[in-house]
Design a binder for this molecule. Structure first.
Ligand code: HAM
Length: 419
């Protein structure tokens, strides 16, 4: 039987990879320009890191983690997100002793056992950025500015920035109780999952897609009406700094985010092109996460962008595939040897050159060059070689010129790699 990839785990094929590389390169440029450094964290952690960090009563921890025991009996989990691991690394390596403020980003695959559908996979990639060690609302706006700037740089349009505040350890428990009281009266309308959430984590009911649950929660009290003065001040400042940075936003009082670590600022960038999985990116402030996982009280804020969703929104007209600069069409045994030497020299210079390996006719070599969308073809014939020359054909304009063999590499380098 033919072996296929696991459901929800995708190959990214060579004709798509240009988009991925473009997005990653732009992220590195933008984030590093904002003072962020890359960190690489393991793909697997002790399960406890996520259950304590993300929260026991979240969908991720309750039913979406890839968890198993290794041969020594350790309970391990494939990372469902990067924030908790980055926080762990910051504590474990005492990055704070160099400077309490750390601006970090990471790019890589995450794993969640969700029901696969368009825009939702079991292995998916995130670009994640975090700032640790600052509770100033100015940083909330700075991080959001970086995110929006990045999304614009890759070519996204018609996006909406939604923000909300989720309160903190002082005011959120009060809100939670109010919400619970309100929903208890409507519990008959709630699905089985939400009946359970009502006891364990009533805020999660906002995220339920079941219509009757949505109806039950439609007029529920809003967290914004319960936040304490400190949280209100923080939120006002965030809004003020966003305006100063020239960013438009809407306040979405129902956005609660799916992970428990959030406090105060929460945000999402939503695209209306994506159907039901419309969140391209989400993030927020989490001033309790560090305490949950390690004891130190460090504030943090950050976001993660879903790369598959982002890539599905990239402008269609943009060209991402790197076609060959040059196809070498060689005719005859002697010219083949010359072509082999030449292609090696070109590759060492970084010129994308292709060669026919099967000794086919000129006509079929030209057809292949055309199929590969090579910009130029260099025709090496025995006659030309005797004269020490080769013919360079521009495949777009169809114009041809003869070039002396001894200057060939220099001429091609100037043509294809002018810098
Ligand atoms: P999240 O909202 O769970 O947040 O995920 C962030 C983004 O990852 C989503 O907006 C979506 O684009 C993408 N994503 C999530 N699950 C899937 C999936 N199954 N398939 C495809 N894409 C998916 C977090 O992960 C937080 N760690 C974000 C954060 C960082 N908050 C603070 N810092």
């Amino acid at each position: 039987m033919e072996i296929k990839a696991i459901r929800g785990f995708n190959d990214i094929l060579p004709d798509e990879i240009g988009k991925w590389q473009f997005v990653e390169k732009t992220a590195r440029e933008v984030f590093e320009g904002f003072g962020f450094s890359e960190i690489r964290i393991p793909i697997m952690e002790r399960t406890e890191l996520f259950s304590r960090g993300i929260g026991e009563a979240t969908d991720i921890v309750e039913k979406e983690m890839y968890t198993f025991t290794d041969r020594s009996g350790n309970l391990l989990t494939l990372r469902p997100e990067a924030t908790a691991s980055m926080a762990r690394a910051y504590l474990e390596h005492q990055i704070y002793t160099f400077d309490p403020v750390a601006k970090l980003y990471c790019i890589g695959p995450m794993f969640r056992y969700e029901r696969p559908q368009k825009g939702r996979y079991r292995q998916f990639y995130q670009i994640d950025a975090e700032v640790f060690g600052v509770d100033n609302p100015m940083v909330d706006a700075e991080v959001i500015l970086m995110l929006v700037h990045f999304l614009k740089r890759v070519g996204l349009e018609k996006l909406e920035l939604q923000i909300n505040t989720l309160g903190d350890r002082v005011c959120r428990p009060r809100y939670r109780e109010e919400l619970k009281k309100f929903l208890e009266k409507k519990s008959f309308q709630l699905c089985e999952d939400c009946q359970r959430r009502l006891q364990t984590n009533p805020l999660r009911i906002f995220d339920c897609k079941v219509e009757t649950c949505q109806a039950a929660i439609a007029n529920a009290p809003k967290v914004i009406d319960f936040i304490c003065d400190e949280c209100e001040k923080h939120f006002d400042k965030v809004k003020e700094y966003l305006k100063m940075a020239g960013l438009d936003y809407i306040v979405n009082p129902k956005m609660v985010r799916g992970l428990d670590y959030y406090t105060r600022t929460a945000f999402e960038v939503v695209s209306y092109q994506l159907g039901s999985q419309n969140a391209v990116t989400g993030g927020g402030r989490y001033d309790n996460l560090f305490k949950e996982i390690g004891g130190l009280d460090v504030p943090g804020i950050g976001f993660a962008i879903g790369m598959e969703r982002l890539i599905s929104l990239l402008p269609k007209e943009k060209e991402f595939i790197q076609y060959p600069h040059l196809f070498i069409a060689a005719l005859g045994d002697e010219t083949y040897k010359k072509a082999y030497q030449l292609i090696n020299q070109l590759h060492l210079q970084g010129i994308r050159a292709e060669l026919d390996y099967e000794g086919k006719s000129l006509k079929s070599q030209m057809r292949r060059a055309d199929k590969l969308k090579s910009r130029y073809v260099l025709i090496l014939g025995e006659e030309e070689l005797k004269k020490g020359r080769a013919v360079l054909r521009n495949m777009e304009t169809k114009s041809q010129e003869e070039i002396p063999m001894e200057d060939l590499v220099d001429i091609l380098r100037l043509k294809f790699l002018p810098d």
